[in-house]
Design a protein around this ligand. Structure first.
Ligand SMILES: C[S@@+](CC[C@H](N)C(=O)[O-])C[C@H]1O[C@@H](n2cnc3c(N)ncnc32)[C@H](O)[C@@H]1O
Length: 314
């Protein structure tokens, strides 16, 4: 398989051996660029990415990756991170529009099943999933969100609509330390992926004790064993080709300000991990283990990064 000999050299003899290994095609050069980036060898990373572009100029991941690495080389890694405006353009563009519309619609359909309901949203963010889903029958609404700025965006909108709520600016780990009531529905859209797996059993047990029904939106992301494993690299590069294609018309703003920093972050050995995505089956298993008897998973949208599911646990 492509990349296997490079992976073998790296895995058995280390980065210097990989650097000295012959490379045959564009993907092999880009592979070296990714590993070099992970080893803070930016001159090698930029040169290898440039060579990948020369060999396969039509590949957007190689092209945007090479541009990004030129910036890292010139400005240093610390100054080349996710920029807020690029993230805003990302989240409100491409197939995120359809992903969020379908998710809000699915949540709305669940709320509509109740005559009256109490609802807790964990990690509500700026309300992109929750706000369009809201129904008139919500009698009690609680929001948990650690980011003050994000929470403020949600509460401003709720205030404008005269919707009553209680906002808790904290993490779910902090929230479960105090006593709490129960809710008809507890939801978490792409927020529990920030919770380290070690914390999950405790949180799932809390969800079982405090929620009659739990709705979780997550991506079905495959698990890999090693950072530079060929299958992982090929998977991520292929997914980002599709992702970049959705933002081709914007002059590289989303690519350079959001998608490339995130993609290179997957290969950064020094980055503290902030995201623990995984297979949907693993989420369902965790919920079963916490005592949920019925756990249904429904495909909501075939998003470029991964299929997005709604998990409905009772
Ligand atoms: C990908 S965003 C999703 C936001 C929103 N739920 C949505 O669907 O657009 C993840 C959110 O989870 C929040 N978050 C991160 N860690 C958290 C934690 N430990 N407890 C609760 N929320 C958390 C983040 O601040 C962020 O707003």
């Amino acid at each position: 398989m492509a990349l296997d000999s490079l992976w073998h050299a790296y895995n058995t003899a280390g980065y210097e051996a990989l650097r000295a290994s012959p490379r045959e095609d564009a993907l092999e050069h880009f592979y070296v660029a990714l590993v070099a980036y992970g080893h803070d060898d930016y001159p090698e990373a930029a040169a290898a990415a440039r060579e990948a572009v020369r060999r396969q100029p039509s590949n957007q991941v190689f092209e945007q990756g090479a541009l990004y690495l030129e910036r890292v080389l010139a400005q240093g890694k610390a100054s080349v991170y996710v920029d807020g405006e690029a993230f805003a353009a990302f989240i409100r563009g491409g197939s995120n529009t359809a992903l969020y519309a379908q998710t809000s619609e699915a949540l709305h359909t669940v709320y509509d099943e109740y005559e009256a309901l109490s609802l807790l949203d964990i990690g509500v963010g700026d309300g992109l999933a929750l706000l369009p889903a809201l129904t008139q029958n919500i009698r009690r609404l609680d929001l948990i969100e650690p980011s003050e700025a994000m929470l403020l965006q949600t509460t401003r909108q709720l205030d404008a609509w005269h919707v009553t709520y209680r906002a808790h600016q904290m993490t779910i780990q902090e929230f479960i330390k105090a006593s709490a009531p129960t809710w008809d529905v507890i939801q978490a859209t792409w927020s529990l992926q920030s919770v380290p797996p070690a914390d999950r059993p405790k949180i799932f047990a809390w969800l079982k004790a405090h929620g009659a029904r739990v709705l979780i939106a997550e991506f079905d992301v495959p698990e890999f064993d090693a950072l530079y494993e060929p299958a992982r690299v090929q998977h991520i590069v292929a997914r980002y080709q599709d992702g970049l294609a959705e933002y081709e018309g914007d002059g590289g703003r989303v690519a350079q300000g959001f998608l490339m920093p995130v993609m290179f972050g997957y290969f950064d050995r020094s980055a503290a991990r902030t995201n623990y995505e995984g297979p949907i089956a693993a989420w369902a298993e965790g919920l079963h283990a916490a005592g949920f008897e019925q756990v249904d998973t429904t495909l909501i949208y075939p998003y470029w990064w991964a299929d997005s599911y709604l998990i409905d646990a009772r």
